[in-house]
Design a protein around this ligand. Structure first.
Ligand code: LFR
Length: 480
């Protein structure tokens, strides 16, 4: 039987990759065609993405991938490029960690109270939601000149195909989508003076997104026609689609630069309690809701490793494993850790300020970060179950953090639940599977997941007990 192949472009905050997925009726294989760094650049006006560098990486990747049946793109959320009336990019897209949104949310809430905004959009508060970015940009020459806004994966898709669209799962992170109607939150936009005609028409995972332009074929050496397929273009939507769950009741944690921890629901939870707990209702595949909380994730460790001049990570984790558990923890959900720089110092300061032992060595700081992440995972999994009124029997960890065995084990311990970890390249696999499905292979979401369960390497971690110590650490953080 026929095996088809798909190129999955998956752009993360620190690297991009082009993967080739080969899908047969009972097989799924993923190979890396090309990986390239994604280095944000600080210019006088602020922190920016090098989006031309990323596009060049995508073209290199497609060349390396060779003949494929289709291409799909996913990336981090919320960020965008602005185009002028000629369709040309106006400036470098602003990085979501840029400080231009400091203090902006409060201004928005003065016009549209936070409670009403949550009821209408279901989105957690994060300073970088596109809504706040657009508010921060109001009055700028660039926004005044803009005729079109394309989210990052849609911008790259436009460059590849010449066609514009706004993919829904990623659009749901703008805070301008109503998670109930799955259409624009017209009332919110109107009250805040945001012009929705900036956005291209919505499209959904599986929709055709155009064909590679002749110039792209020439540059990549590919033979056309090669279609581009809309996937869950928010990387987290693609990763959740690739959670290898069967019939069990599960929570998931997508790990990488961020940890995104929560549940898959069929309807949003828009209660005031849910807002207070800062849970988000992002949209997933096939009408699902990704009910989750953003946790700082391995960003905390990445930033320390960068500050330390990139020591060997394996050795560092080994040392961290020997440090006594839970000596000090920080709130890994705290937006205070969002901006880059001085991370070891900021972690130490947070410990000192909360009256805990100050981690001094690299191993101690690393242990503090991993304990803190596991604790935040526990809290998110627990809160999500309570707020959504659903309980789970297992936690699936997917994404880059699956390589960190200590983090997986600590998460199992903290949650008091078994953890199944894998696949590592979940976003790319979700991307590939949505393309395969659009081409008539694999069935629904459950069918996609059955194929993953049968083909991917998964590791199981049993909780080792000691839940009370995690409870106590949680209480300590809450200041109880
Ligand atoms: C993960 C992610 C998160 C989003 C953050 C910023 O890569 O997409 O889901 O909140 O990046 O865009």
């Amino acid at each position: 039987t026929a095996v088809t192949s798909y190129a999955a472009v998956d752009l993360g905050a620190s690297s991009g990759r082009v993967m080739v997925g080969r899908v047969g009726p009972d097989s799924l294989e993923l190979a890396e065609a090309h990986r390239f760094p994604n280095r944000p650049v600080r210019v006088p006006e602020g922190l920016r993405w090098d989006v031309l560098g990323l596009y060049a990486g995508v073209l290199d990747g497609l060349r390396a991938a060779g003949a494929v049946d289709s291409v799909g793109i996913d990336s981090w959320a919320v960020d965008y490029g602005l185009l002028d009336a000629d369709g040309a990019l106006l400036g470098n897209p602003v990085h979501y960690r840029d400080r231009r949104t400091d203090g902006i949310a409060e201004k928005v809430w003065a016009t549209l109270p936070a409670g009403e905004l949550y009821a209408a959009t279901g989105l957690q508060y994060a300073p970088f939601n596109t809504l706040y970015q657009l508010t921060a940009a109001r009055g700028s020459a660039q926004l005044a000149a803009a005729e079109r806004l394309l989210l990052i994966p849609d911008l790259l898709t436009y460059w590849l195909t010449g066609r514009q669209g706004t993919e829904l799962t990623n659009a749901s992170t703008t805070q301008l989508i109503d998670p109930g109607t799955r259409d624009w939150a017209y009332g919110v936009a109107e009250r805040l003076g945001i012009d929705l005609s900036l956005f291209a028409p919505l499209r959904r995972p599986g929709d055709a997104a155009g064909m590679l332009r002749p110039e792209v074929l020439e540059e990549t050496g590919l033979t056309g026609p090669v279609p581009v397929t809309a996937v869950g273009s928010h990387d987290t939507a693609s990763a959740v689609a690739a959670v290898p769950a069967g019939r069990e009741r599960f929570a998931y944690i997508c790990t990488g630069t961020w940890s995104l921890a929560g549940l898959e629901l069929d309807a949003p939870v828009l209660t005031e309690e849910s807002r207070a707990a800062n849970f988000t209702n992002e949209l997933g595949l096939d009408g699902t809701v990704r009910y989750l909380r953003n946790i700082m994730g391995l960003w905390l460790l990445q930033e320390c490793v960068r500050a330390w001049g990139a020591p060997d990570l394996g050795a560092l984790l080994l040392e961290a494993g020997k440090v006594p558990a839970l000596r000090s923890v920080v709130d890994a959900g705290d937006a205070a850790f969002l901006a880059p720089g001085r991370m070891p110092e900021r972690i130490a300061e947070a410990c000192r300020d909360s009256g805990q032992p100050v981690p001094a060595t690299r191993a101690e700081i690393t242990r503090c970060i991993l304990d803190s992440l596991a604790l935040a995972h526990r809290k998110a999994v627990e809160d999500a179950q309570r707020l959504a009124g659903r309980s789970v029997d297992v936690v699936h960890i997917v994404g880059g953090g699956t390589r960190n065995a200590l983090l997986c084990q600590l998460t199992a311990d903290a949650c008091g639940l078994p953890v199944v970890s894998g696949p590592t390249e979940a976003a790319a696999l979700g991307n590939v599977l949505v393309q395969a499905r659009a081409h008539g292979l694999v069935g629904d979401l459950a069918g996609m997941r059955r194929l993953l369960t049968r083909t991917q390497l998964l590791t199981r971690y049993e909780p080792r007990g000691g839940t009370r110590r995690w409870q106590a650490a949680q209480a300590r953080l809450a200041g109880d």
